[in-house]
Design a protein around this ligand. Structure first.
Ligand code: SF4
Ligand code: SF4
Length: 375
């Protein structure tokens, strides 16, 4: 929905009831509003009707192979760090019908793929998630008009992180925690001194138009200074890091003994690829009805960790977990540069949190690529 430069560079202060007005305005403009809410003992991104649906007073704890919701005492609406599922789920859906063919009495009829979705307003997008959306937009630019249509019609209300999870390392990737672009409206939630505010800045003409309709006052400089100082602390609190130049060297260590070591722990479950906001691999399958009069082709997420994914003429090219893990991490951190001009990792940490055995991408790179500073 980014449609050009905007007007007033001021930051405005919204109260929670103004956020409700913002959501109502988006719904009034025909957007399907999707934001964080509680579900399945986690924060999930799903349809919301107002602030009452947001996970008020809930945060999370994350570590390798560990995720728990936890109660907060400040009533923050965006006090969690990252939901398990990324925005990939709505912009690059797990299952999509590509086409359907059916035989009528006289002729074969070709049905189009699913009709265009309603434009979406994505509420609560974090900095690393915006970077991931940009990466997938680049991947799909020439090959998936559905993705391009969904992204271009989506309006993004980003919310900057007020804290990092233990698994976050976006600061070392240059993809967070500051939200610097790619949004229509950026919010920074501030709960202090008995006040609950959202410092709002516009990033597009549409965002400016919507925010202007709310007529909210300009933010207090003291609140802006507080938010800037906190953002610095959020970045500094990240204990994990992944150096881009180290990741790019992984291809030089194709025979390293660590691949077998990590394969001894890896279950080849594919969780890391499912939760990763940039992984994009899919497979297609055809289905028919029992009468044989209708066939559909569906595209669904797949993973380089499955045996079938590298099946070629009589066998799998990557038969074991060692070669599959090596394929995933070297593509993500090294050859992705050759394809798309940057790494495929934004440092969200989901693959660490949701790996059932806690395999840590930052630790694996350190174990394989020698640290030049220690030579
Ligand atoms: S590789 Fe892991 S940390 Fe990097 S973007 Fe994917 S899920 Fe996030
Ligand atoms: S690294 Fe972890 S999440 Fe990924 S396939 Fe192996 S066990 Fe599953």
């Amino acid at each position: 929905m980014l449609d050009g430069p905007l007007s007033d560079g001021a930051t405005h202060a919204l109260e929670p009831r103004d956020l409700d007005r913002l959501i109502a305005a988006l719904r009034g403009r025909g957007y399907r509003v999707i934001g964080p809410r509680l579900g399945e003992d986690a924060v999930v991104y799903d349809d919301i009707a107002g602030t009452a649906d947001l996970p008020a007073g809930w945060g999370d704890e994350q570590e390798g192979g560990f995720y728990r919701l936890r109660r907060r005492d400040d009533g923050a609406l965006f006090g969690y760090t990252l939901a398990p599922q990324s925005w990939k789920r709505v912009l690059h859906p797990p299952r999509q019908r590509i086409f359907a063919l059916s035989t009528g009495a006289e002729e074969v009829e070709m049905a189009p793929a699913d009709p265009p979705d309603a434009p979406m307003a994505l509420i609560g997008v974090r900095a690393c998630e915006l970077a991931a959306i940009d990466i997938q937009a680049e991947v799909f630019a020439e090959i998936d008009p559905g993705y391009v249509r969904r992204r271009e019609s989506s309006l993004v209300v980003a919310v900057e992180c007020a804290e990092s999870a233990a698994t976050c390392f976006c600061a070392s990737r240059g993809d967070g925690p500051a939200v610097t672009g790619g949004f229509d409206i950026r919010l920074v939630e501030v709960v202090r001194d008995g006040r609950h505010l959202f410092l709002a800045r516009v990033g597009s003409v549409v965002g400016a138009d919507i925010l202007a309709g709310l007529t909210c006052p300009e933010a207090d400089p003291a609140d802006l200074a507080f938010a800037a100082d906190r953002l610095g602390r959020v970045a500094a609190s990240q204990t994990r890091a992944l150096d881009d130049s180290a990741g790019r060297k992984l291809g030089d260590f194709a025979l390293h003994a660590r691949w077998d070591e990590v394969a001894g722990r890896c279950l080849a479950c594919g969780n890391c690829t499912m939760v990763c906001p940039t992984c994009f691999c899919t497979s297609v399958e055809d289905t028919t009805d029992l009468a044989g009069t209708r066939v559909e082709r569906w595209r669904h997420w797949d993973s380089c960790f499955t045996l079938d994914f590298s099946y070629l003429h009589g066998g799998a090219v990557r038969p074991g977990a060692a070669s599959r893990y090596r394929q995933w991490i070297t593509h993500k951190l090294a050859t992705w540069h050759d394809q798309f001009g940057r790494s495929g990792c934004v440092g969200c940490g989901r693959c660490i949190t949701w790996c059932p055995v806690g395999i840590d991408i930052t630790e694996e790179v350190r174990a394989i690529v020698p640290d030049e500073n220690e030579r």
